[in-house]
Design a protein around this ligand. Structure first.
Ligand SMILES: *Cc1c(COP(=O)(O)O)cnc(C)c1O
Length: 369
């Protein structure tokens, strides 16, 4: 048994899929590659290296420590920290050469007190109501920063409905954003950014100005919205979560499986135990709902997902499921099993939550760099 064979659970990350996706998505606006949450669970540093090799000139992360991880790995690209900066964190932006978000009048004041500070991206709250300056205060905020000597690199906003059915509200948000640009006239920053991945793929171009598109999930081949037309967009999933069969048994009729006895065998049933559980990031809500891929077929999860193990019903002890052996690979999501989108739908969540929720104890096996 090679050391890798000894790992009963691993998340395989295929960087060539990310390379394919970024090439496929290039061309409609310069890409800001979003590698927050450890590159949506795929590994921020290896993903960022691929993006930089492919000519991506901007990266975005959620927090300062995530940005520092990129800098410490030698990545010198412009990095925007998407979070609202609290005043005590501002020196870190200067120390590491990070772009900052101005998300309120208070942040503008704190930035002006440190002028010229670092380049800032003024965020307009056009209807998400999470972060940002109100549209009415947008132009004044930009002018105040510029007059204080702070470089305003971009004006930007975030859409609430790009991955849903309500494209109409997205266009209303763009209209509010355009109002700020009109107020600014010649004082408008040189760059804007509006679209996230779903907006980039689903909506027509949102601006005629020089723009960045903030692409996250689509880079990893993740679809936040199962309605996203995959026949028009050729995205490849970059992650596969693979476990192994560590135990096999035939459960007699009337006997139950796992905590709470929520699954009972109606007839003699072959049951496999997999070395993966909710502590690895598999949602417990997949209990009696999810499926896994084994030897090219799909089998249902039987009973509750446990912390470290999950049972799967293989069917009749004389049927095709009887071929499953100890040590066989079982795909929780990705090629060879349900897609991350199918697994997420069964769990009542979205694929992003599956990949970002993988626990630190799950080894990442990265290939295709
Ligand atoms: C996470 C994030 C993105 C990327 O969104 P995707 O749906 O993954 O493309 C873009 N912009 C902001 C502000 C974000 O927080």
């Amino acid at each position: 048994m090679t050391p890798e064979r000894a790992v009963a659970l691993r998340a395989e990350v295929d960087l060539s899929a990310i390379r394919h996706n970024v090439r496929h998505l290039a061309g409609r606006g310069a890409i800001m590659g979003v590698v927050k949450a450890d590159g949506y669970g795929h590994g921020a540093v290896p993903v960022a290296r691929v993006l930089v090799e492919e000519g991506v000139a901007w990266l975005a992360v959620a927090t300062v420590p995530e940005a520092v991880e990129l800098r410490e790995a030698g990545i010198e690209t412009r990095v925007l920290v998407l979070a609202a900066p609290l005043e005590p964190y501002l020196p870190q932006y200067e120390a590491w050469g990070l772009d900052a978000v101005v998300s309120s009048a208070e942040v503008a004041d704190a930035v002006i007190a440190r002028a010229p500070f670092v380049p800032v991206h003024v965020k307009i709250d056009t209807g998400m109501h999470r972060l940002g300056v109100a549209p009415e205060a947008g132009a004044e905020t930009v002018r105040r920063l510029t007059e204080a000597g702070v470089k305003v690199a971009a004006l930007w906003t975030h859409l609430a409905t790009a991955d849903g059915d309500d494209a109409g509200f997205a266009l209303e948000q763009v209209r509010r954003f355009d109002g700020v640009l009109r107020d600014l006239g010649d004082d408008a920053p040189p760059l804007v950014h509006i679209a996230n991945g779903p907006a980039h793929v689903r909506l027509p171009p949102l601006t005629s100005r020089p723009a960045l598109v903030r692409l996250g999930g689509v880079l990893y081949g993740l679809d936040s919205d199962r309605a996203m037309a995959s026949d028009t967009v050729d995205l490849r999933p970059a992650m596969r979560l693979v476990s192994r069969v560590v135990h096999l048994q035939t459960v007699p009729p009337g006997e139950s499986v796992s905590y709470g006895r929520t699954w009972t065998a109606e007839r003699p049933t072959r049951v496999a135990t997999l070395a993966v559980g909710y502590a690895d990031g598999i949602p417990r809500s997949l209990s009696n709902r999810g499926e896994v891929g084994l030897r090219g077929a799909r089998y249902p999860i039987a009973g509750r997902v446990c912390m470290d193990m999950t049972m799967v019903a293989l069917g009749d002890p004389e049927g095709p499921g009887a071929e499953v052996c100890l040590g066989d690979e079982a795909v929780l999501f990705g090629p060879g099993g349900p897609s991350a989108e199918e697994a997420a739908a069964a769990a009542g969540t979205l694929s992003y939550e599956l990949t970002t929720g993988l626990a630190g104890r799950v080894p990442r096996v990265v290939s295709g760099g």
